[in-house]
Ligand binder design. Structure first.
Ligand code: ATP
Ligand code: MN
Ligand code: MN
Length: 371
């Protein structure tokens, strides 16, 4: 139809970057089930259905109200036959047979447990499972298993880093890093990104962009910051990846490819954290600190907007921004740049709004990107 009648409901876009998705999810019954299914496919390396369930979950998360009958799904994009069958079951009996079966499956349970350790991905978890290992004590007691440095810290700080990080803790860490960065260079710029920038109350880590307007200085800033954190005795683990950024390269086609900015994945010791009264205090543990996962990335200032947009997430939002750019605009977008394939030129941006404008998209606020 050329123009929709005034009473027609606004259609929901298939692209997350054309939807507004707050942290308030009215359809968690469905999206939790879809996430179990997606994860199970991921463990079995079946990519298509895995992505399909994540897309479907993302669509339902954007809805202003709960889906209470199958009729309400009629005009929604990205819901296939399998997805709808699961929804129907959930609506009828409150649970899905398929999801229950996965949740009680030993392989799923074990892979879920193993991948909950920092540094352990599906490949490693699978390898351990095939060797007959089923618990952390199995792994730690097996002499032939060599843990890398990341996994060692993952086990060492397991209790702390599997506990979610609060907004207050994220803020406290921001103050620590801000102070360290400014002592190194007074013009340092620090921005909270990731889930906390999207307004989430809790996160699995804290993500920051830290850079400086001084060209080239961002290449060494992170290692200076890490040295100082070490000096202060709060650096519990660090994995530093120096910049491999090349301004002439076209944006990457592959979504999962990491960006090329200098970055580090850390575990920091956060002092004065609310361990008291927390889960650890059962045996009178009154230690006044906790370990927290922190990611820092340091883009050059002229790429700040791209890095901020790329690191704010959510992953599904990022995926769809890139897919939209490629399929609807013949443009390539990644964390470094936006390239117009028709004009054969890079499009510069000083702010996230500039990038949305280049893409011909309405601006979506960070707190509306919880796709
Ligand atoms: P949570 O609260 O669980 O931490 P989150 O949305 O902050 O949720 P993260 O895994 O911390 O999730 O990722 C934040 C953002 O950073 C995502 O948009 C992701 O695409 C991006 N990101 C994470 N790791 C990398 C990386 N190595 N290279 C490029 N981008 C990354
Ligand atoms: Mn995060
Ligand atoms: Mn992160």
């Amino acid at each position: 139809p050329e123009s929709s009648p005034p009473t027609a409901k606004a259609t929901v876009s298939q692209y997350a970057c054309q939807r507004r998705t707050t942290t308030e999810n009215k359809n968690q019954i469905f999206t939790d089930a879809f996430e179990v299914l997606a994860e199970s496919y991921e463990f079995n390396e079946i990519e298509g259905p895995c992505l399909a369930f994540r897309r479907a979950a993302s669509v339902l998360k954007s809805l202003p109200s709960e889906v209470d009958c199958m009729g309400a799904t009629q005009d929604l994009p990205c819901l296939g036959e399998h997805t709808k069958a699961v929804m129907e079951e959930l609506l009828q009996c409150g649970h899905s047979f398929e999801v229950e079966k996965i949740l009680s499956d030993e392989r799923y349970q074990t892979l879920k447990l193993f991948t909950s350790v920092f540094g352990v991905g599906p490949k490693t978890a699978e390898k351990w499972y095939r060797r007959g290992l089923r618990s952390f004590s199995d792994i730690l007691a097996e002499p032939s298993i060599h843990l890398n440095r990341m996994q060692e810290s993952g086990f060492l700080h397991y209790g702390d880093i599997s506990r979610s990080v609060s907004k207050a803790e994220a803020r406290a860490l921001g103050n620590v890093i801000d102070e360290v960065a400014r002592a190194i260079t007074p013009d340092a710029i620090l921005a909270l990104t990731g889930g906390f920038r999207r307004g989430k109350e809790f996160g699995h880590d804290v993500d920051f962009i830290v850079t400086t307007p001084e060209p080239g200085r961002e290449k060494t800033l992170l290692s200076n910051i890490m040295d100082e954190l070490k000096e202060q005795g709060i650096l519990l683990y660090s994995d530093y990846q120096p910049s491999t950024f090349d301004i002439s390269k076209l944006p990457s086609h592959r979504f999962e490819a990491m960006d090329h900015f200098a970055k580090c994945f850390l575990i920091l010791r956060l002092e004065g954290s609310q361990v008291e009264g927390g889960l650890n205090s059962a045996e009178g543990d009154s230690r006044g600190w906790r370990a927290v996962r922190v990611d820092l990335v340091s883009p050059p200032m002229d790429r700040y907007a791209f890095a901020l947009l790329g690191w704010t997430g959510s992953r599904q939002f990022e995926r769809d921004l890139r897919r939209f750019a490629r399929l609807e605009r013949r443009m390539l977008l990644d964390n470094h740049a936006l390239y117009d394939k028709t004009k054969k030129e890079f499009l510069a941006a000083a702010t996230e709004k500039d990038i949305f404008a280049h893409l011909g998209l309405e601006y979506i606020e960070p707190w509306q990107r919880n796709a």
